[in-house]
Design a protein around this ligand. Structure first.
Ligand code: BES
Ligand code: MN
Ligand code: ZN
Length: 524
């Protein structure tokens, strides 16, 4: 269920031309405008800083040779060149960084994607050094962090289930060295340690998402999260189906009752040493281990991707492990409701009225809107335990993908907190966009018989993502600032690998959640 190994990461400050590695990665910029057009093939390409000693070893012919091989410096482009003894490494790999930035170094996300693309392309090479452009000043933290994360995430591969070794499949890079001005610098070392904790969490959440849904059902998912959390020193509480029924978790019980694999609610607690800053954060993640739609069954085509419907819970659980390692000065509790949404003789049905954990009654209209049922309970429980901020994340609606696409999450909730999520997402390269909670969308969810309908009673798909947010608001108490992060698009990558994204689970929004917790620890 877990990847075969981790990627080792360390810093070096010796001359990249003399490093005994299998490949050395340098950056190249594309050059536009007059200069590029008039100075021949090589004129379209510009070496990024960090590549100086490599370029010197090639007698000034490096740019020209890379251009001959087709390099343009476009983002994500990877061109490999045999060094034939000019430098110690047998291979130089040029990764495109796009146009040269006006500032000192490319944006962190550009570096993160470039490092990821290079490490992915170098699968088969055991040891790789990255000599990418980093600002010279000591405060190069964001850029160094980005390179380290990109390398660790580009080096991820799901172990998979093949019974025979694959002769054409190259092993992911095992060891990455990052060239920096001062490898002994404490700040730089701290960034590497942080990147290892965070990228390790992202990789684990990818593993959980990529695990086949027959292998990861609510009881086994709960066990996997609980044992990893115990090992990390977190507090763990697991509610099984009997405890959920006794505790009044009507939504989790209803969704889970159609499956022979019973539902769970996992609560993880991180208690800061010395009491923290007095603030409390709650994280909630949707853990539908497989979403068939239930009685309102989904079409067959693409249904297999619904093994990723626990990406929110995977991100929250994994983020808690990173938090346990990073030790921020704020109390954090996590709630992971888990269920398998199946059609059967015991399934909940359209027309059912369910009493939720906070006492509100919900009229079910579509059993495929199951996420909000389990999340409503978990969010109400988080509020009952007491919290100042509540961040919830889920693969909640196809409407999110329609409106914002595959890379940009949708955020709904308390406006100031939504803005904070956007800022955190931008900082870590997991973009998210604030969306409204319109009154007329709530009006469309009035039920004839219960307090609220689970979806628009007319089965109107208009504002589908917003219906999810409006519904979840019913389960948050007024004293809690909250944000719902819909990751239906960015949680799972079904296209070809790109940058540091491999196929399958992406680990979004692990890095945003960690950033938000650190933000609350620092700024309250
Ligand atoms: N898990 C799905 C949402 C989803 C769709 C995630 C595509 C990732 C990719 C969710 O449970 C669902 O089925 N949503 C329905 C809700 C509808 C029936 C009210 C949807 O969005 O169509
Ligand atoms: Mn569904
Ligand atoms: Zn779902």
């Amino acid at each position: 269920m877990t990847s075969p190994r981790t990627t080792n990461l360390s810093l070096v400050d010796t001359d990249p031309a003399e490093l005994a590695v299998d490949a050395i990665v340098i950056g190249v910029h594309s050059q536009t405008g007059e200069q590029g057009a008039t100075s021949g093939l090589a004129g379209t390409l510009l070496l990024a800083s960090g590549a100086e000693s490599i370029a010197a070893a090639f007698d000034g012919k490096l740019t020209e040779t890379l251009a001959l091989l087709g390099a343009t410096g476009g983002p994500g482009e990877v061109i490999k060149l045999a060094t034939l003894g000019t430098v110690t490494a047998p291979l130089v790999t040029a990764v495109g960084l796009g146009p040269e930035p006006s500032g000192a170094a490319p944006a962190p996300e550009t570096l993160r994607r470039a490092a990821g693309a290079a490490i992915r392309a170098l699968a088969g090479a055991p040891r790789v050094a990255l000599a990418l452009p980093l600002p010279d000043d000591a405060d190069a933290s964001a850029e160094l962090r980005a390179v380290a994360e990109g390398a660790l995430l580009g080096g991820y591969r799901f172990a998979g289930y093949k019974t025979r070794p694959q002769p054409t499949r190259r092993e992911p890079v095992a060891e990455v060295l990052i060239a920096v001005p001062d490898a002994g610098d404490a700040g730089a070392q701290a960034e590497v340690a942080r990147a290892q904790a965070v990228a390790g969490a992202v990789r684990l959440s990818r593993d959980w998402v990529n695990t086949a849904p027959n292998e990861l059902r609510p009881p086994s998912f709960a066990d996997a999260v609980a044992s990893a959390a115990r090992e990390a020193g977190l507090g763990v509480e697991v509610l099984d189906e009997a405890a959920l029924a006794a505790g009044g978790y009507g939504g989790i019980v209803a969704v889970g009752q159609g499956s022979e694999a019973p539902p769970r609610l996992v609560k993880l607690t991180y208690t800061p040493q010395g009491g923290g800053n007095g603030k409390r954060v709650a994280l909630v993640g949707k853990g539908i281990t497989f979403d068939t739609g239930g009685i309102s069954i989904k079409p067959a085509q693409g249904m297999w991707e619904m093994k990723s419907d626990m990406a929110g819970a995977a991100a929250v659980g994994a983020a808690m492990l990173a938090i346990a390692a990073l030790k921020p000065t704020v109390a954090v509790s996590a709630y992971l409701p888990m269920a398998e949404n199946m059609p059967s003789g015991t399934s909940y049905r359209p027309g059912d009225v369910i009493t939720m954990f906070n006492g509100k009654r919900v009229e079910v209209l579509n059993t495929d809107a199951e996420g909000r049922m389990i999340l409503g309970d978990a969010m109400a429980r988080a509020c009952a335990d007491g919290t100042d901020y509540l961040f919830e994340t889920s693969t909640l609606t196809g409407g999110q993908v329609i409106s914002l696409g595959k890379r940009m999450a949708g955020v709904m909730g308390t406006p100031q907190l939504c803005d904070r999520v956007k800022v955190a997402g931008d900082a870590v390269g997991e973009p998210a966009w604030p969306m409204p909670l319109p009154d007329d969308v709530r009006k469309g969810m009035e039920s004839d018989v219960a307090d609220i309908s689970q979806v628009n009673a007319g089965m109107d798909r208009a504002g589908h993502m917003l219906q999810g947010g409006v519904f979840l608001r019913e389960f948050v108490t007024d004293d809690v600032a909250w944000a719902h992060i819909d990751i239906a698009g960015p949680g799972y990558h079904s296209g070809e690998p790109t940058g540091y994204w491999t196929k399958g689970g992406t680990g979004v929004p692990v890095r945003t959640l960690v950033q938000l917790v650190e933000d609350v620890a620092t700024n309250g």
